[in-house]
Design a protein around this ligand. Structure first.
Ligand code: NI
Length: 167
């Protein structure tokens, strides 16, 4: 399975909204598989959204389980046409992004959300996400709406940090 190249800031596709997916045909499923392979290829990468690999389809993949902060998770999730609702609680956590490799940022996110989405085959499903996994889902759905974590930090001067390497 080929690994897709990552679009980085300031690539304009990262700021554009995505289109709902209507077909779950072989090319769509192959693209999802390539997204999963690309996420797995990058050490400690816990999520990837289609705009990050140059597509405007409303698709993200995530797997928070590999991350030391994760706690209990649902493992691999394929998010096609995802909708997040019922946000509860909130806390500030440090986030990074493959598309912004030089920085991390402190972002306020809900710590519980309800996810509705379709899977690789188009089957609708729902999950309740908590903690780190809930944060990853919010980060990825933001990508699908053309938003990056830099758009979410309260103060660019004090809440963004330079780093030498990704994670
Ligand atoms: Ni990201």
């Amino acid at each position: 399975m080929s690994v897709l190249s990552i679009r980085r800031l300031p690539d304009p596709i990262l700021n554009q909204p995505t289109h709902l997916v209507g077909r779950f045909d072989a090319p769509t499923q192959r693209f999802i598989d390539q997204m999963i392979a690309t996420m797995r290829h990058h050490p400690r990468c816990v999520g990837l959204a289609a705009p990050q690999v140059g597509s405007r389809l409303r698709i993200a993949v995530m797997d928070a389980s590999a991350h030391p902060k994760a706690g209990r998770t649902h493992g691999l999730l394929v998010l096609v046409n995802p909708v997040l609702g019922e946000p509860e609680a909130a806390e500030i956590r440090r986030e990074g992004c493959l598309s912004i490799p030089a920085f991390t940022g402190d972002v306020r996110r809900a710590t519980r959300v309800h996810l509705r989405a379709q899977d690789r085959e188009g089957q609708a499903y729902e999950r309740r996400l908590e903690g780190f996994e809930a944060v990853v889902a919010q980060h990825e759905v933001d990508h699908l709406n053309g938003k990056l974590f830099l758009d979410r930090v309260a103060n660019l001067a004090t809440d963004v940090f330079r780093r030498k390497t990704y994670l």
